[in-house]
Design a binder for this molecule. Structure first.
Ligand SMILES: Cc1cc2nc3c(=O)[nH]c(=O)nc-3n(C[C@H](O)[C@H](O)[C@H](O)COP(=O)(O)OP(=O)(O)OC[C@H]3O[C@@H](n4cnc5c(N)ncnc54)[C@H](O)[C@@H]3O)c2cc1C
Length: 478
């Protein structure tokens, strides 16, 4: 019998697991995917919003502002790239200027420091903005984060502190036995005193396994372009249009890897697995973005992708307990700003709900830090030479576009949440993220996975179950 089962290893489930690993508890995390952070938490804008626009008094407003405050230290402990570059919400038309003032007032209510800027001030900061810009709202506390390593390192830290993680475990039903739950997956049955539902777009489905619910979580798709990082500096801040009922709108932003991201769209879809992109939507994303930044070099687009927002019909995060049992805890409908709010969501749930149903005794030997990684591309040449002298595998480049070395990939296999697929290696090291999108490094990464796990090359997956790349060894080709 476990103390707690968390269903879902996205950013919310992983940071919850990490927080709970600081207490003397037996915690198990179940996820249907073959890697952590493989759904919404890896396909978003990666902005740690300042919290200027959620409705004052909402959970979104409170936890976004608190989450933003927690991010710098969290990323230090978890060795995650994070940069507080600030955001600019721009007015392009005169009639939008009063809306900027309204947003400034809302920011004050939410406790977020902002500054209204004149046209001249904005253009001085961001010369690539349209000359039509009329003014902007600067939110200096907004940041950008690497969302892939955030989830991996949070879970790695949780596992290092005693949490058990079982991947490839899709929960199909849950039985409420009064003082404990049976959680049934396609492979096993697990028992726990407390269950936490952190299942993203499926969080309503998981909740409805134990009682009738009066809300739904619908997938709202966002499509993006990713630009290469070899071009000139395009923008220094995250550039937003004014928010609307559809969300924060289409942004243009640097990423922590030096690329630029343009998007997302906002479209309701029926299928919770629909991650397709389509030309009309992307053409519209392009047109909207060009209204703010006209000279975006779309010839440098290296990829398009989409993510699904777990949008709740309640319009706010659903954090609390089931009506029928206060030991079934909900982290449901965590749409944007869910990434920015995630560390605060974890604290809020543990302090207000977990602590009411289970005794929390702090673990004396809890270690908040992950083992540091060596990343030669971020080192000075002196540091890099010393590293390569001591560990020659860091001098052998596997991914030329992103300059990822063999040493970095081998290190990942030795960690507590190791990668098993080509995409899992990509999310951790960036091998395959560059201009050639894995054209050169993919066969090498495939061979490294096969050799590390002593498996056939034809059994290595690109990503999800069934996504084999090599069907026959060359000499066996039919
Ligand atoms: C287009 C877009 C842009 C966004 N931009 C931002 C942004 O810039 N800033 C920001 O703060 N937020 C942003 N968000 C929101 C943010 O990405 C989400 O709030 C956050 O990732 C949600 O995390 P999660 O852990 O709740 O869900 P997920 O990451 O989806 O994790 C849920 C997990 O549950 C697992 N699961 C589901 N069903 C089952 C089952 N039956 N059995 C076992 N496991 C199961 C899934 O496999 C998954 O791993 C954006 C979202 C999108 C889509």
């Amino acid at each position: 019998m476990k103390d707690i089962i968390i269903i879902g290893a996205g950013v919310v489930g992983s940071l919850l697991a990490r927080k709970l690993s600081s207490y003397n508890l037996d915690v198990l995390v179940l996820d249907k995917e073959n890697d952590v952070g493989n759904v919404t938490s890896m396909a978003n804008s990666a902005i740690v919003h300042s919290g200027y626009d959620p409705i004052p008094g909402s959970l979104k407003a409170k936890l976004n502002v608190e989450g933003n405050r927690l991010f710098p230290n969290l990323c230090k402990e978890l060795d995650v790239s994070f940069s507080q570059i600030g955001s600019l919400t721009v007015a392009i038309f005169d009639e939008q200027l009063p809306m900027l003032e309204e947003l400034a007032n809302r920011s004050k209510e939410n406790g977020v420091e902002v500054k209204l800027l004149s046209k001249e001030e904005v253009l001085k900061m961001e010369p690539n903005l349209t000359s039509e810009v009329k003014g902007a709202l600067l939110a200096p506390s907004a940041g950008i984060v690497n969302p892939f390593t955030l989830v991996v390192h949070a879970m790695e830290n949780a596992v290092d502190n005693g949490v058990k993680l079982c991947l490839g475990e899709e929960v199909t039903s849950i039985k409420d036995n009064g003082d404990f739950f049976s959680v049934i997956t396609k492979k096993n049955t697990y028992e726990a005193k407390v269950v936490i539902d952190a299942a993203g777009v499926y969080s309503d489905k998981i909740h409805s396994m134990i009682e009738k619910i009066d809300y739904e979580v619908k997938p709202r798709k966002g499509e993006y372009y990713v630009l290469d990082h070899y071009g000139k500096m395009l923008v220094n801040h995250t550039i937003f249009p004014l928010p609307s009922e559809k969300g924060k709108g289409i942004l243009v932003s640097p990423t922590t890897s030096g690329n630029f991201i343009v998007g997302p769209s906002s479209e309701w879809v029926d299928d919770k697995e629909d991650l397709s992109t389509d030309k009309p939507t992307l053409v519209n994303v392009k047109a909207q973005a060009q209204m703010m930044v006209p000279n975006i070099p779309f010839n440098e687009v290296i990829r398009t992708f989409s993510g699904l927002r777990p949008t709740p019909s309640t319009h706010d995060f659903i954090l609390g307990t089931a009506k029928s049992n206060n030991r079934f805890i909900l982290a449901s409908g965590i749409e944007s700003p869910g990434l920015a709010s995630s560390p605060a969501i974890a604290n809020y749930l543990v302090d207000n709900f977990v602590s009411k149903v289970i005794k929390l005794t702090p673990k004396k030997d809890f270690n908040p830090y992950v083992r540091k990684r060596f990343v030669p591309s971020k080192m000075t040449s002196k540091e890099r030479n010393e590293l390569i002298k001591a560990h020659p595998e860091y001098g052998k480049i596997i991914c030329n576009c992103e300059k990822v070395s063999l040493g970095e990939i081998l290190d990942e296999f030795s960690r507590s949440v190791p990668p098993h697929t080509i995409k899992a290696v990509k999310k951790r090291t960036r091998a395959g993220f560059g201009k050639c999108q894995g054209g050169f490094c993919q066969p090498l990464v495939l061979a490294l996975i096969a050799s590390n796990y002593k498996m056939k090359k034809t059994d290595v997956l690109l990503d999800k179950d069934g996504s084999y790349i090599a069907h026959y060894l060359t000499k066996e080709a039919k």
